[in-house]
Design a protein around this ligand. Structure first.
Ligand SMILES: [Zn+2]
Ligand SMILES: [Zn+2]
Length: 401
């Protein structure tokens, strides 16, 4: 059976997050906030899911570029593996730096910086848009002439490393601080202290920051998150708020050139009050009423369930029809949007729950399109539509009391 064993990364990383949580707790440190951790993991689930769907496309792009535009014809050797690793890390530095300096790239990267905690769950807080932009930068590697197989192998190692630098449990690492990006360096990168802003962009090697003047040592206590924190659990707002800010800022400008100046300008130049205005316009506000224990537990089960589906989805990737993959993706995405909405105790979650149930029925039909399942599905949909209002009230009564 052709299984994708990369799926094992899901239980492995989740276990490390759990271990980190208990070690921090034992040391009496409050490094984990419930809602922050849930949203971090949820953002990561969406990214892994969508990334699984398009990874093949990335390989195809690298392969096509190398065959048609490769300057050199590179054959794997120890020296060239090392050269590729250094080129990859160098490209990452510039991708990451520009992701902080150019609005349209920051719109994707900002999501990684929204967490006001700093622990392993933050490493999961990456979006698929970021993966797409990064692939654009890494397109330079096949153009140099590195084969797609070499690139994807190096990217795998390069992609695993950052997980380990998102922690507050590890202090400074002696001599390694001079060569590698360490947890201490990356804590500075996630800081909103003015002195630490736009520093330490490196992924594996810290030398690029030292070379290009963006290095800062961890000295004062770090305050994590954005300079203007995002006070909402809305999954969609977290993903798209800055894109909308760019859109409305560009719309206000006259002339093509000025609009482009907004899109490719610096994030600091976007009026910070614009977000407040948009949050009012789109009814984005955090529910002040904190979710109770039971509600939190309900959300935790949704996250665990999504992680299990994600694991199976990656593991059996080569055996699932594209229709089933689309349905599973839709199901999980709705679950993730729902989790944020439940934490904010929104009333419209029932519609998403209903949509999820319909998707689950369609998936069952896809797996077993027998007359019995079709009859049962039609009956379930008919009855639920007939009793829709009663079901909605009952559901909201159970979830929100
Ligand atoms: Zn960053
Ligand atoms: Zn990070």
């Amino acid at each position: 059976m052709n299984l994708n064993y990369l799926a094992l990364a899901v239980p492995l990383f989740v276990s490390l997050m759990v271990i980190e949580f208990f070690v921090a707790k034992k040391r009496g440190k409050r490094y984990f906030n419930f809602t922050n951790s849930v949203t971090n993991i949820n953002v990561g689930i969406a990214e892994r899911l969508l990334d699984t769907l398009i990874t093949g496309l990335f390989f195809f792009v690298y392969d096509y570029l190398q065959r048609h535009f490769g300057i050199f014809s590179i054959q794997p050797s120890v020296v060239l593996w090392v050269a590729l690793f250094i080129c990859t890390d160098f490209t990452w530095y510039w991708y990451h730096r520009l992701a902080h300096e150019i609005n349209i790239f920051w719109a994707a990267h900002v999501v990684h910086h929204q967490s006001e905690d700093f622990n392993y769950t933050v490493s999961a807080r990456i979006t698929v848009f970021q993966a797409i932009i990064r692939t654009g930068f890494w397109a330079i590697l096949p153009i140099i002439g590195f084969p797609a197989e070499m690139i994807t192998s190096v990217l795998l190692v390069h992609g695993l490393y950052p997980f380990f630098i998102h922690t507050r449990l590890i202090g400074k690492l002696g001599i390694l601080e001079y060569i590698l990006v360490t947890p201490s360096h990356h804590r500075v990168h996630h800081a909103s202290n003015p002195h630490y802003l736009d520093k330490n962009y490196g992924d594996v090697l810290i030398i690029w920051d030292k070379l290009f003047g963006t290095f800062a040592k961890e000295e004062e206590e770090v305050v994590y998150g954005l300079t203007k924190p995002l006070k909402t659990q809305s999954f969609l707002w977290q993903h798209f708020h800055f894109l909308l800010e760019i859109y409305y800022a560009a719309k206000k400008e006259k002339g093509f050139r000025n609009k482009m100046r907004v899109i490719f300008g610096r994030p600091d130049d976007i009026d910070p009050d614009l977000r407040d205005k948009l949050e009012r316009k789109f009814y984005i506000r955090n529910n002040e009423k904190p979710a109770d224990r039971e509600l939190n537990r309900y959300v935790v089960w949704q996250v665990v369930f999504s992680l299990v589906i994600l694991f199976l989805f990656i593991l059996f990737e080569h055996h699932l029809s594209w229709q089933f993959q689309v349905l599973a993706t839709l199901f999980i995405l709705l679950t993730l949007v729902n989790c944020g909405a439940i934490l904010e105790q929104r009333g419209w979650i029932f519609y998403l729950e209903y949509a999820r149930a319909v998707i689950a029925l369609l998936a069952a039909l896809l797996l077993n399109p027998s007359l019995t399942i079709i009859t049962l599905a039609l009956l379930a949909i008919g009855l639920s539509l007939y009793y829709f209002n009663r079901l909605e009230n009952r559901y909201l009564g159970i979830v929100y009391k």
